[in-house]
Design a protein around this ligand. Structure first.
Ligand SMILES: [Mg+2]
Length: 169
């Protein structure tokens, strides 16, 4: 039971593949990093990623990464640092296996954002979004190019935060 009533920052998490990392052939993207960094960090960011993450943090949200990929935390941190982004938390496939799945005989979903007190998770996969209902987290499904994705995600986050007393606003 949590007796600590101090408001906390609401946590929002983003999937990486097909959400923040997209193909430049199908999506508008941020410019690649300068040479030689672009040869180390090959992923391309969805256009508007740095502005959206920084905006959410200015609005008093914590922003996390929750990916089922096995890219290391250091790699993810360094790549986003180069775009001026500092996440509040990073969960990759290894961390999920170690902290969430553990030796549980039942195979849990690939992502359980509620385990990390994440209230809103953005993902391209409908299966993850379906689990949201079962495991009690809100989701926003982003599975295509959308010029208004940033505004829509901020709006969704605000709706969730406004209906709860738990959070700093
Ligand atoms: Mg994905």
């Amino acid at each position: 039971m949590n007796h600590d009533n101090t408001p906390k920052k609401m946590r929002v998490s983003f999937d990486l593949d097909e959400v923040l990392f997209v193909s430049a052939n199908t999506h508008k993207t941020e410019p690649p990093l300068p040479f030689p960094l672009r040869n180390i960090y090959k992923e391309r960011l969805r256009l508007g990623t740095p502005q959206l993450i920084n905006r959410l943090q200015e609005l008093d949200y914590e922003v996390w990464v929750y990916t089922s990929s096995f890219r290391s935390e250091g790699y993810i941190k360094r790549l986003f640092r180069l775009y001026g982004i500092k996440f509040d938390g990073i969960v990759n496939g290894n961390r999920h296996l170690k902290e969430v799945q553990r030796d549980n005989p039942t195979i849990l979903p690939q992502k359980v954002p509620t385990f990390y007190r994440i209230s809103l998770h953005i993902d391209d996969e409908s299966i993850i979004c379906t689990y949201g209902r079962e495991y009690g987290f809100n989701t926003y499904q982003l599975d295509a190019p959308d010029d208004e994705w940033a505004e829509k995600i901020i709006k969704r986050a605000e709706e969730i935060r406004n209906r709860s007393d738990e959070f700093v606003k």
